[in-house]
Design a protein around this ligand. Structure first.
Ligand code: AMP
Length: 182
């Protein structure tokens, strides 16, 4: 199920562009104005609920930190558990981790080793606010699979099409972005 053009406009218009944040040349997509707008936030969450209610999911996994906002709300709406995928060093129990390349250097994300253990081959939806290079989401999808679950789709509010992130991630999982930015 895709967004209607009216729904897309409401969501698109609620996202604020901040030029040169956090550094020159980046247009930062600020979703705090979407969360602040009850109509847009409602349209968004209702669309996610309608799309994913038939997916037979077992968990929603959200990427640190904005993926937690949408992921945790959606998990509650669907009656599912939520799993946080966090930046290195934040999770207290035994973790498995995955490194990924940044423009300069590497970063690492982690998940609790038993996060999906209640069900064998659990069907997991991964969620974040935005996909750019896809480094973070690719590492997260791999982590879900390494933890014994099955990442059936990765969902983003915004997909930056001028980067190769979505194309690369499609080798690991299905990809759905509500708003495509060219
Ligand atoms: P990437 O690993 O390059 O796909 O980067 C994705 C992560 O960085 C997501 O968690 C986003 O929240 C954040 N991010 C990257 N670029 C932007 C941007 N232009 N606006 C807002 N968030 C961004």
């Amino acid at each position: 199920m895709k967004l209607s053009s009216t729904e897309r406009k409401i969501i698109e218009n609620s996202i604020r562009d901040i030029k040169d944040f956090p550094k020159p040349g980046i247009i930062f997509k600020d979703i705090s104005t979407l969360l602040n707008n009850k109509e847009a936030y409602g349209v968004l969450m209702n669309h996610l609920y309608q799309r994913y209610k038939e997916y037979n999911l077992d968990y929603i996994a959200g990427i640190d930190a904005r993926g937690f906002i949408f992921g945790a709300a959606l998990a509650q709406m669907l009656g599912l558990g939520f799993v946080p995928i966090r930046k290195k060093g934040k999770l207290p129990y035994t973790t498995i981790s995955e490194k990924y390349a940044l423009e300069y250097g590497v970063d690492e994300i982690e998940v609790h080793i038993d996060a999906f253990s209640e069900k064998e081959n659990a069907r997991v939806l991964l969620i974040d606010d935005l996909i750019a290079t896809g480094g973070t989401a690719n590492a997260a999808a791999k982590l879900v699979n390494q933890a014994g679950a099955n990442c059936v789709e990765a969902c983003f509010i915004i997909g930056l099409n001028f980067l190769e992130g979505q194309k690369n991630l499609k080798e690991t999982t299905e990809v759905y972005s509500l708003i495509e930015v060219n």
